[in-house]
Design a binder for this molecule. Structure first.
Ligand SMILES: [Zn+2]
Length: 336
């Protein structure tokens, strides 16, 4: 527990306005109260998209940027597969572009062959994508998914377990390496398998995990290229796929990952005293104003306004105001 709080503390100090993963879900999600004036242009977009329980029945499109966009024609990852289970069902975040769903299903099968029993899938996107009321700057266009660094057990988890179980902390208390008592070769194998999926553009892991991968990869190193160190990600890895082919008119791609395996001097930054033990700032940083609908692609208004498929329930989302975890909208300025 101490390690977890310590890690969270460091993260909060380093990146104000964020908290940590592992927030519990709830068995009784309550509908959010309707907005008094949803058409007010100052309404944060997360309040609008956070109230949509169903996908927009339009063509499947990733609209905008990973951290400023939305998703039409989303598909849901079924909550149970032979080789995956979805966690935190109360969040209703198991939605994505069909390419993401296909990739996750394929990865889960390939993972089984390398000794990873199955995927426990965390947050993907909301039914219509967009900013989220809790956690994640990215995950807005249906191309991002969090996968627990804990393999699926050989049985179906109960609803309660899916809301309340925690993934295993992989980073040592001093934040300088993985915890060797919990890290296994299969952890590397599943991250490698994810990196080798052709649609995958980047994978975000804690720097201590990247360090371990660099050390243990041996001669087969090409897959390390896509695996990027980032804040947090102690318990899960984040898989980001490319803009779907043919959608680059409205889906904004991220800059290509720099050449090389990323295991050289560029790792040093993450283990400097300033990063591992950041000093609290005397002047609290002002939180960024939340994204408004006007800050998203114009098509996101139509996504929001599309009538829900008939007979579907109204919005049900946990009224949970805690933050979950910083997600990589992009990477550190100046480091790419
Ligand atoms: Zn994520």
């Amino acid at each position: 527990m101490f390690a977890r709080f310590f890690a969270c503390g460091v993260l909060i100090l380093a990146m104000p306005g964020i908290a940590c993963a592992q927030d519990l879900g709830t068995l009784n999600p309550k509908p959010l109260p309707p907005l008094a004036n949803p058409s007010d242009p100052n309404t944060p977009a997360k309040e609008l998209f956070g109230r949509k329980a169903d996908p927009a029945p339009l063509a499947s499109r990733a609209l905008g940027w990973y951290a400023a966009g939305c998703l039409s024609g989303a598909s849901a990852l079924p909550i149970n597969g032979k080789t995956w289970q979805v966690m935190r069902l109360s969040r209703n975040r198991n939605w994505g572009h069909p390419n993401l769903i296909a990739m996750l299903e394929r990865l889960s099968e390939q993972g089984k062959k390398v000794g990873w029993n199955g995927l426990l899938v965390g947050d993907m996107s909301q039914p219509r994508g967009g900013p989220m009321r809790t956690g994640h700057a990215s995950h807005q266009v249906g191309l991002d998914a969090d996968i627990w660094l804990t393999p699926m057990p050989k049985r179906e988890l109960t609803r309660k377990e899916r809301e309340e179980n925690s993934a295993v902390m992989m980073v040592a208390a001093d934040r300088k390496d993985i915890d060797p008592t919990v890290w296994t070769p299969q952890h590397m194998a599943i991250i490698k398998a994810a990196s080798e999926q052709p649609e995958v553009e980047r994978i975000f892991v804690n720097p201590a995990i990247k360090k371990a991968l660099c050390r243990d990869a041996g001669d087969s190193r090409a897959w390390l290229h896509k695996v990027r160190p980032y804040w947090g990600h102690d318990y899960h890895f984040h898989v980001r796929i490319k803009c779907p082919p043919g959608q680059t008119d409205y889906c904004k791609p991220q800059d290509p990952v720099p050449a090389g395996d990323g295991c050289g001097k560029e790792m040093d930054y993450w283990f400097t005293d300033a990063v591992l033990h950041p000093k609290p700032s005397l002047i609290p940083e002002k939180p960024k104003p939340p994204l408004k609908l006007a800050g998203l692609p114009a098509a996101c208004r139509a996504v929001l306004d599309a009538p829900a498929p008939s007979g579907k329930p109204i919005a049900v989302q946990p009224d949970d105001t805690s933050l979950e975890e910083l997600e990589p909208a992009s990477e550190l300025p100046g480091r790419e």
